[in-house]
Design a protein around this ligand. Structure first.
Ligand code: ZN
Length: 221
């Protein structure tokens, strides 16, 4: 395979040059929307599964997948100079939202870990996490091209791969529940999700605080 040469001016670029706006559109909206559709479907299935099974992990994973929709919205914002402030504001808003969701997940997980009334969920329903895993891996695959040139997509791709890892650990947890009916596994997995999200959002917010709005566009030019 030969590496792709950088293409000549695309139709989008030519159209943009005729228009007054200096649009330089490289964000593949269809890619982001496909990833969003897969993610929404997985989240919906997990919400239903969490109701039936009582799995806190499935609830946390579903809520977390919905937070991805916020990330996808940020990726859809055109990257013209005039839109950078909007992209920056949206990115910070999503990260703050993810942090709040993560804190909620952590509180729920700790309460369930400490509660003696906690019962192990039906592990079979936790297989629904496979849908989340599929959405994570499909999104990572779809983002591999834009991730080569855009830092925001690279961050999103890395996040999806880390999510996939957490989900694989959770599937191991479901096996443990099936074998040993351990009560603490489901809230412990939930705790892992909460900690991972706090670390991820915290690191990006710290990057934003340290280097300003350039945090999102370093590799854009
Ligand atoms: Zn995630």
């Amino acid at each position: 395979m030969t590496p792709c040469e950088s293409p000549p001016l695309s139709r989008v670029d030519l159209v943009a040059d005729h228009s007054h706006s200096h649009a330089h559109v490289h964000v593949p909206a269809r890619t982001v929307l496909t990833a969003a559709a897969l993610t929404s479907a997985a989240a919906a299935a997990e919400v239903l599964g969490s109701w039936r099974s009582g799995s806190l992990f499935l609830t946390a994973d579903a809520v977390h997948l919905m937070a991805h929709l916020g990330i996808f919205i940020v990726l859809l914002i055109p990257t013209t100079r005039s839109h950078e402030q909007r992209e920056d504001f949206a990115a910070v808003a999503v990260l703050v939202l993810v942090t709040l969701i993560a804190v909620g997940i952590l509180i729920d997980a700790i309460q369930k870990l400490l509660s003696t009334a906690t019962e192990a969920p039906s592990p079979a329903f936790m297989l629904l996490a496979l849908l989340g895993l599929t959405a994570n891996l499909a999104t990572a695959y779809l983002f591999r091209d834009p991730a080569a040139t855009r830092w925001s997509f690279r961050a999103a791709l890395a996040h999806e791969l880390a999510d996939a890892t957490v989900t694989i650990i959770a599937l191991g947890g479901a096996v443990a529940i099936a074998l040993f009916a351990w009560r603490w596994v489901d809230p412990a997995l939930t705790l892992v999700v909460g900690v991972w999200l706090v670390v991820w959002a915290g690191r990006l917010l710290r990057r934003r605080a340290l280097i300003g709005s350039r945090a999102w566009v370093l590799e854009k030019e």
